[in-house]
Every structure is written in structure tokens, then in C-alpha cells.
Design a protein around this ligand. Sequence first.
Ligand SMILES: [Mg+2]
Ligand SMILES: [Zn+2]
Length: 191
Amino acid sequence: MNPHSKSLGRKAIFLDKDGTLMEDIPYNSDPEKFRFAEGVALGLAHLAQAGYSLFVVSNQSGVGRGYFAFECLAPMEAELKRMFRESGLNLQAVAWCPHYPGGGDAVYGIECSCRKPHPGMLLRLAEEHKLNLGTSWMVGDRWSDVEAGVAAGCRTGWLSAEALPANAMAPQVQASSFWELAKKISSYDVL
Ligand SMILES: [Mg+2]
Ligand SMILES: [Zn+2]
């Protein structure tokens, strides 16, 4: 093992929420509707076993658009942490982007540097938790998730059955199920 690898920080998985950890219900701010999609708990356990710290990074433009209050984010975070605990997993932290450029909310209806595809949430978590972005992964179902990961200097896993956009930089792994994606990520280093 590289003797310096510890000083480079921990490796992390940055997880998108809607359409990745759970079904994509638009503007789902109701913790009672939070459920892991099929194979997600198993995939997360596989990634944790492979030594990755787990984080959620989620655009919540519903706040900036004025659809629900910023205060709704705390109970959403609590429920995510409870779901992870219930599956024997540790969710290290959640980062939300509550912004939306030109949105109806006076405070959050603004341009920002954290709304994916911007990398702000990943960069902030890396700073706060001493993470090594180069050995970390951004995992999500939208192309903007891949772009955010690339912009942060991470590897990327795209949860999609779609063809790559023309001229796009390819994600390191792609799969149409979370479980398949988790297996590909955990074997990526040893291939
Ligand atoms: Mg998504
Ligand atoms: Zn933001």
C-alpha cells in the first residue's frame, strides 16, 4: 500500500437522491415517501464494504422555486440517515443545493455554484471530510450528475440505460441498475 495514501484522504461515493437512491418522484420533500429503490441497500453495503464513505448530494430546486420551505430539508436529511442506519450503513453527510436561478423564493431563487452540474457540493464535502476526490465517485441518473463529478475531479458512475450524449466524456462505469453499478465501481480499482 502506498504509504502516502492516508494523507490523500478517504475515498467517497457521492450519491444522487432522486432517481438513484429512490424512485424519481418530482419535488419529493416528504420523508414518508422515501424508500430505497430495489437493490440500492445491497449496492450501498457493497460499496461500504469496499471502503467507501457514503454521502448524498442532491439538488432541491423546489426550495428556490418556492415549492417548499428550506426548513423541510432537515427532516429529509434525518430520514435519509435513519434509512441508512436501518440497513446497517453509515451516511456520513448530506449536501443539499436549495437554489434555482430566477426562482420564486426571495432567498434561494438565485444562481449558485452548488447546483449540479456545478461541483460545489462535492468540493465542500471533500474539504469538510478530508476526502480524496481522485479516488471518489459521483453516482447519479442524470447527465448533470456525471458533469458535476467530472468538474470535481471524481470518477463517475452513470445509472442509465441511455446511450452516451454525442462527444461526451464517458463515465468510468455505466449500468442500468444500482446493484450492477455498485459491483462495477467496487471492482474498478482491481481490474
Ligand atoms: Mg436524479
Ligand atoms: Zn446551490
